[in-house]
Design a protein around this ligand. Structure first.
Ligand code: PXP
Length: 238
């Protein structure tokens, strides 16, 4: 089964636009769960322009599905994650000022750094995943850090999918198979949507989890949140 984790950052962005509490991020997270999301993902950034650190603290006691916190493992992220103890921490090498995540880790250059962080997280019982490009040597490097999973960065897949799905997915299939052989779980995320998700799942049936934010929230404007989550879940059915 491939689990759908809904990234609710965009909901927080909408709330922040007016300074009040509409939409209520905590209620939306609970409703996503009620509508079939199998996890909730947040990605707090240092400037708190989307989800705020306080949101993350408030979400933890009320969520009943899997909680995944993404981010660059700088001190503030690590303090938050060690306090909240989510089911999964996804490490992303974001620069502070990027619009959205735009590259995976260089797991060779950052191998000892990642190894230390991952061991700290695992000591606290938190599953780890690291965001990587679909490049075999980065998967091999990831395996050496002790991480439980990788998250394949799917933006290049999504971009090329429109022109040539088979070519777009090929490096992802190779890397997912390699990760599996090396004993790693495989997540995927970024720019997945109702057009490209089913094909990815068909080509990598053992995918553990996808985290989806932007397209899912955009689709919810047209289809409503409940229908949209159902539609995404349907793409992931075997
Ligand atoms: N995975 C990671 C590591 C991300 O940074 C993001 C965006 O915050 C996503 C998945 C979800 O991407 P999208 O919003 O395009 O679905």
């Amino acid at each position: 089964m491939t689990r759908l984790s809904v990234n609710i950052n965009k909901v927080a962005t909408l709330r922040n636009a007016r300074g009040g509490n509409n939409p209520n991020v905590l209620q939306v997270a609970l409703d996503c769960e009620r509508f079939g999301a199998q996890g909730i993902t947040v990605h707090p950034r240092p400037d708190e322009r989307h989800i705020r650190y306080q949101d993350v603290l408030d979400l933890k006691p009320i969520l009943t599905t899997e909680f995944n916190i993404e981010g660059n493992p700088q001190d503030r992220y690590m303090n938050l994650v060690l306090q909240v103890k989510p089911h999964q921490a996804t490490l992303v090498p974001d620069a502070d000022n990027v619009l959205t995540s735009n590259a995976g880790w260089d797991t060779i250059e950052y191998q000892s750094y990642l190894t230390d962080i991952i061991s700290e997280l695992k000591k606290h019982g938190i599953r780890t995943s690291i965001f990587v490009d679909p490049v075999e040597k980065m998967i091999e490097g990831a395996a050496k850090t002790g991480t439980d999973r990788i998250e394949l960065y799917t933006e290049p897949y999504a971009r090329q999918f429109r022109h040539n799905p088979a070519e777009a997915v090929a490096p992802y299939v190779r890397c997912a198979q390699l990760a599996q052989q090396l004993g790693l779980g495989v997540n995927a995320g970024h720019d997945l949507d109702l057009h490209n998700l089913r094909y990815l799942k068909q080509q990598i049936p053992f995918l553990d989890e996808v985290s989806i934010g932007h397209a899912l929230i955009c689709d919810a404007l047209y289809y409503g949140l409940e229908n949209t989550i159902r539609l995404y879940r349907r793409q992931l059915e075997n």
